[in-house]
Structure formats: structure tokens, C-alpha cells
Design a protein around this ligand. Sequence first.
Ligand SMILES: [Zn+2]
Length: 451
Amino acid sequence: MRSPAPPRPAGTLLDAVPAPLARRALALPVALAGSVLHVRSRTGDDTDPALDELRVHAGAADVVAEPDPDVARHLLAAYAQHLLPRLGDDPVALLDAVLDLAAGVDASDVHLEATATGMRVRQRVDGLLHPVTTVPATTVPALVARTKVRAGLDVAERRLPQDGRLTHPLPDGTLDVRVATMPVRDGERVTLRLLPAGPTTVRLDRLGLAAADVVALTDACDTADGLLVVCGPTGSGKTTTLHALLGRLVDGPRNVVTLEDPIERVVAGASQTQVAPDRGLDFAAGLRHLLRHDPDVLLVGEVRDAATARLAVEAAQTGHLVLTSLHALDAPAALVRLHELGVPAALLADTVRLVVAQRLLPVPCPDCAGPGADCAACAGTGTRGRGAVAELLAPDAALRRRLRDGRGPAAHHAALSAAVGRRLRTAALTRAAAGRARASDARRVTPEPGV
Ligand SMILES: [Zn+2]
């Protein structure tokens, strides 16, 4: 279900109805037609008394409401975009507007970058950075100080990196933000990472994967033991896919435990442990401890070293379903990587149930022609959200026999590639051909076939 496209209300209407009022009413004024004020509200109930105050401020005789389940985000984006160029040198309002806008457009990060002439503010939406505003040099110290105060950092410390956290109020909840500062040539840079709020259920069928891929993943989850590997570069959505699988597994009768770095998302029903290498609890040590807690399903956030690889595969061989992620270009490369980390090929043949190599593709905005358009739905970025594409490798009996010949997975590259079937590039281009991705993105994010 898609909510109605966010409207772009007239600036004069947003001036007449102040933001705090709209936030309290959880309603966004969108138009004043004659003496009738049109608003978006969560329920679309015209008789909601909270709308009356908006009506009075707009100088209207009547109010008509339209339902919009996303109204909280839409009103944040509309007011922040309207206010940002009008805030002058007020650092408090500036930071609030930047955070409001980021929450409103679902940004993952906001970058405040010191430049020779002031500060550049950009936000990452659907994986790409977009300009937000620029801050004159005279306002930069106050803006950085304001951010540090909100994050509980030392305002006077400008020469060393600092890490903190702040909570920003939203009309329908709060936004948790991780704040990191770093001295740079022209001053300081501040990076804000927006954290997902509370337990979120990610559904496997909402990741954008092809229906057949979802079935293969679901089947792999239903097996009692073995290794399920999700691979791809940083930012390819591996953790989200793993958490979607966990979301399915916690509903069953199995004991689900995880080892993560960091815990990016709370999965209700799973025992999640954050690794702490500085206290001796790295992936390998954590895995040894977790195996004493009678697990059925283990999520090992990432396999980075030989000890973790060996332990994960051994756990998969001894009656546990082990889910993990790996940095590897494609599905055959994941097996090669595990072998390089010291896992014997025969053990891979015995344990690997499924390898998923994935990438995220921006979804073209259905409400506009593309980037740069004056589109409120995508804030002019041309895309709305990202969907996953994948290639799958589920070794069959013949491939397992080959892998046991001791020559290692790299020697069987052609057979492994053939076993994958539809490669990542093809999957991505197929999606582009269906209008659900851009061909340029499909080529940019997927590996050249035949490599
Ligand atoms: Zn658009």
C-alpha cells in the first residue's frame, strides 16, 4: 500500500499555520480554496477538534481532511523545506530543521562539512548524498556547538574526534541519532546517523526481492541445519535481509540467538548480543559462548576471520542453522572466500545450503520524471526507497560432489556460476526493463557478468 503523494503546500499557508500547531494536530495544511482549508491528517476525520485551531489560523470557515498514514513524515519535510532558507543565523532552529527534514525524507545520514567558506549540509537518501543547505561561516561555530550540546559532547574540544548520541522529538515519536565529530582542515565535520526506532519487523517479501528468491530463502530457513550466507559490499542490505529472515525464524519453536556488530535493529524474540572485541568478546569467542546456550538458529553478523569462519561452519555441521554475512562480490566468490579463510572445501560441500549475493537498487519515483524535478514525493531526488536484487546459489548433489574433490571452489568457478542461474547483472537489468529500477543504477551496482 502506498500513501498518497506528499503535497507541496503554498508557503503562505505554512506561514499562516505555524509548524508547532501542525505538529500538535498531526495535520498538514495543503490548500486554502475559497473559505475551505484542506488538510492531510492520519485518519482524514474532518470533525477532529485538533483541526479547528489550524482552520482559525488559516482564516478559513471550514476544514476538509484527507487521510494520509504518512502525514507525520510529510509535514516534517514540508515545513523543514519551507523554513530552512528562512532561518538566518539561528543555530537551534537550523539543527531542528535539518533533523526534521532528514526524518521527513527517511535519510540515513546527515553530513555537516566544514568548508573554506562555511559549512555544507548534505543528507543521504536511498544511498546517495543530496545537498540540503549551506551555512555561512559566521553561524558554523554556533551550529557545531549546538549539535555537540545536544549530543552530550565537549563543546570546547575541537581537535579530537568525539562520539555521542541525541534524541530528536518527532510529531509521532522520537528520532535517535548517533553523532560523530572529526577535526578537518577547515574546522570540524559532524556526521549524524539516523537510527531506526524500536523493534521493527522487516518482512522478507517487502525487500524487493523476486518472488522465486523469497521462496528459496524461506525454504532455506525451514531447514534444520546448515549455513546460509548473504554476501555483497557494505551498504548492499545484507543486515536487513538477515533480520528479515530472523523475523520469520523467531515465530517458530526454535531458540534464535545472534552475535552482531553493532546491533542495528531490535528483533523481538531473538537473544541479540553485541560483540565487544575490546573486552575479549569477538565473533569467535562470542560464538563459543553462544553454543552453550542451546541455540537452534545462530546469526553471526559477519565472518571476517578464519576462527569465526571455522566455528560458524562447525556449528552448521552440528545441527544448527547458521546465518551470516560476508564481503564477497557474488555468490561463487563467497564460497571461494570461505575456503580462503580456511574452511575445507568438503566442509563447505556438507554445510552450505544457500548463498545469496545482493545489491540495492533505487526505485524510480512514480510521481515525477526524474531527478531535479520539483517533486515533493521524492524531494527532487528522483527515487523513492530501494529494492534488493539477488543471485542465489544452492549447491545440488552434483555440485557438492565436485566441491569434495579437494581442488577448492576456485577451481570450479564455471560450475558454480552455472549453478547460480540468473546472475546479479541480469536480475538488475530485468528489473530496469520492467521500470522498477534505472538501467544506469543496474550497471553501476552489479558486477560485470562473467567475472
Ligand atoms: Zn519524484
